[in-house]
Design a protein around this ligand. Structure first.
Ligand SMILES: [Zn+2]
Length: 260
């Protein structure tokens, strides 16, 4: 339920980024970010807004941007080049900026790139500054086109709360207290990479997809993990228990519907 609420709040963040000229977005930006950047601590912090703003970083981490006018793209925190966001790619330099949430459009000032830096104290940061500026000098903004935001994990797919919800649920696997091999197994299962006979038959590697333990059932991942009492014995021996910390069957079914 908590994840679901978080994902719904992220929908508001999405609207701020994709409909920046709507009356609603204009009001939010004027009320909360006068003389500030989206993502900064707001001067006028209502309880509702405080909740919404917590999800800006989450939103940026699951989306990527095809640059247009640069208005809704965070220079440092959005992924808008083929490499990672600049805040991680140029971490030493990032620690020197006074405006960590500045947009790409705002960084382009009077015909040059402005990073709003404090006095640089390290060679590494200076090296990063030179690299970043020379990279930025190759970039041009298109004032007539709005930035286009896609799903980080597949840029041709639009951001959706439904996808975010799924990813958050899978994050639950990695954050769980299960042993590492259990988490890896669960992840492989979600990705459909467990080589059960139903998969091998499709690849023409075996002639039958029946469970080799004589269950008279097709050996699908679902059968292998949840229903076959023979493989359960093997999984138990390996210390992999699929039940108890997550609802794997639901995730598996959802994952199957979603993943290519
Ligand atoms: Zn079986």
């Amino acid at each position: 339920m908590k994840i679901q609420n978080s994902c719904l709040l992220t929908k508001f963040i999405h609207r701020l980024h994709t409909e920046p000229n709507s009356p609603w977005a204009r009001w939010v930006l004027a009320a909360h970010f006068q003389d500030k950047d989206l993502g900064d601590r707001s001067a006028f912090q209502t309880r509702a807004w405080k909740q919404v703003s917590e999800f800006i970083d989450l939103y940026r981490s699951v989306t990527c941007v095809q640059l247009g006018d640069g208005v809704t793209t965070s220079l440092w925190k959005d992924k808008w080049t083929s490499n990672g966001p600049f805040c991680t790619q140029f971490a030493a330099l990032f620690s020197h900026t006074n405006r960590p949430n500045i947009s790409v459009a705002e960084s382009w000032e009077n015909g040059e790139w402005s990073l709003h830096l404090k006095h640089i104290t390290s060679d590494q940061a200076e090296l990063e500054r030179i690299t970043l500026i020379s990279f930025l000098n190759e970039c041009t903004l298109d004032p007539l086109t709005q930035d286009k935001r896609g799903w980080r994990f597949n840029p041709s797919v639009n951001f959706s709360v439904k996808n975010l919800y799924l990813i958050c649920n899978w994050g639950f696997i990695w954050n769980s207290a299960a042993p590492k091999k259990g988490k890896i197994f669960a992840w492989l299962m979600i990705k459909g990479r467990i080589k059960v006979r139903a998969v091998l038959l499709k690849q023409n590697i075996v002639n039958s997809d029946l469970c080799p333990f004589g269950c008279q059932d097709k050996e699908t991942v679902q059968h292998f993990v949840f229903h076959c009492r023979h493989s359960k014995l093997i999984l138990d021996k390996l210390g992999i228990q699929m039940n108890g910390y997550v609802e794997p069957e639901d995730i598996y079914i959802e994952a199957n519907k979603r993943l290519p």
